[in-house]
Design a protein around this ligand. Structure first.
Ligand code: NAD
Length: 343
């Protein structure tokens, strides 16, 4: 059976990608919308066939407990709001799919996991690249040993930000975003390095930089450059920025060859190069795959590849990167986390 989803927050990602993804999802359908703007909600509902009885505002969202057509609440709000809506959704007896980054601090992540357990409902973090075929093929090539030992993973992920764009305004505001480029897009490089190698980094060093005269970076970081050490011997060199031209490139330099994902995290067009072989498969809808996976976890007990613990691990690591950058010291990240299920 298909599970019903309530999409919370009708911003750029929800309207640009997620609403359309239901058309190709096999196990998920959209049955409710939660928005601060009633007119927008009505327009979107009409376009996607959501009944008026499935429309909620942020204030009356808790009424969703009485809507049996909603099984899953998909949170697509600014980062700092994820925890409160996850807790409310669990209190309403719903499962929660939450956009990355899971939250802006570790306490919020822990509270979300606790709320999921208390409610007996599932929690997944929306790491769409873990369902993207080029990323998965890269992971299998690296972990399968085809290229020999990984020496260095390099990941550069960034884009420009425009303070006139409402979707960038909250991203430049520490209270709503938690941090800058790292939590928003650097997270893709970090998460990919972890699943490509299949290990957890044990130490980090970092540098932070923002041009002092750039008003965008009064509250959040711009450029973050870090190195991490994986226990098996691979080094990870990551960078992210809110003033790069649009970049998302990951390279694994190994003993017997080089693998490149460039672009690595676009919505519809990845490219993988393994040595001199270029692989470009036809695009799939990563959001549809991710939603279908969560439905299978709920109805068939399939292990969730990106559960709350996985989201919290990235938040802890990102905070360690920022601490290393602020203090100029190496920070240990060897706290024993192991992911429960591989992509
Ligand atoms: P957005 O600004 O376009 O959308 C956010 C929505 O939240 C808007 O509709 C806005 O009106 C609403 N909102 C509710 N309360 C708000 C408040 N107090 N302040 C500001 N907005 C408020 O942002 P987005 O790009 O859609 O990002 C939303 C979430 O999705 C973020 O967590 C982001 O990290 C994540 N995201 C994930 C991907 C991905 O590929 N998985 C891509 C983009 C964004």
């Amino acid at each position: 059976r298909q599970l019903g989803f309530a999409v919370v927050g009708l911003g750029k990602l929800a309207l640009g990608e997620i609403m359309d993804a239901f058309a190709t999802a096999r196990r998920a359908k959209v049955t409710a919308l939660v928005s601060g703007n009633r007119d927008k909600a009505l327009r979107v509902a009409a376009r996607y066939g959501v009944p008026e009885s499935g429309l909620y505002s942020y204030d009356d969202f808790d009424r969703i407990a009485d809507n049996p057509a909603v099984d899953v609440v998909y949170i697509v709000l600014p980062n700092a709001l994820h925890r409160a809506f996850a807790e409310r959704a669990f209190r309403a007896g719903k499962h929660v799919l939450c956009e990355k980054p899971m939250a802006t601090n570790v306490a919020d992540c822990a509270a979300m996991i606790a709320a999921s357990e208390a409610a007996g409902r599932k929690l997944m973090i929306a790491y769409r690249c873990q369902f993207e075929p080029h990323n998965l093929m890269a992971m299998r090539a690296i972990r399968g040993g085809e290229l020999g030992a990984v020496r260095v993973i390099t990941a550069d992920v960034g884009r420009g930000t425009d303070p006139r764009d409402p979707a960038d305004q909250w991203r430049l505001n520490r209270a709503l975003a938690g941090s800058g480029s790292l939590f928003d897009i650097g997270i893709y490089g970090l998460n990919a390095a972890r699943f490509l190698v299949g290990e957890e980094p044990v130490e980090v060093r970092a540098q932070l930089y923002a041009r002092p005269d750039d008003p965008r970076f009064r509250e959040v970081e711009d450029v973050v450059v870090w190195t991490m050490r994986f226990p098996g011997g691979a080094q990870f060199h990551g960078s992210t920025s809110y003033s790069y031209s649009f970049t998302n490139r990951i390279q694994a330099t190994c003993d017997n060859g080089v693998l490149v994902l460039d672009p690595s995290m676009e919505y519809h067009a990845q490219r993988l190069q393994i040595r001199d072989r270029t692989i470009q498969m036809s695009p799939i809808d990563q959001f549809a795959r991710e939603m279908d996976h969560f439905c299978m976890a709920i109805t068939d007990g399939v292990p969730i590849v990106a559960d709350g613990a996985e989201g919290m691990q990235d938040v802890r690591l990102m905070l360690a990167i920022l601490e290393a950058g602020r203090t100029g010291r190496a920070v240990s990240t060897d706290w024993g986390y192991r992911r429960a299920a591989d992509p």
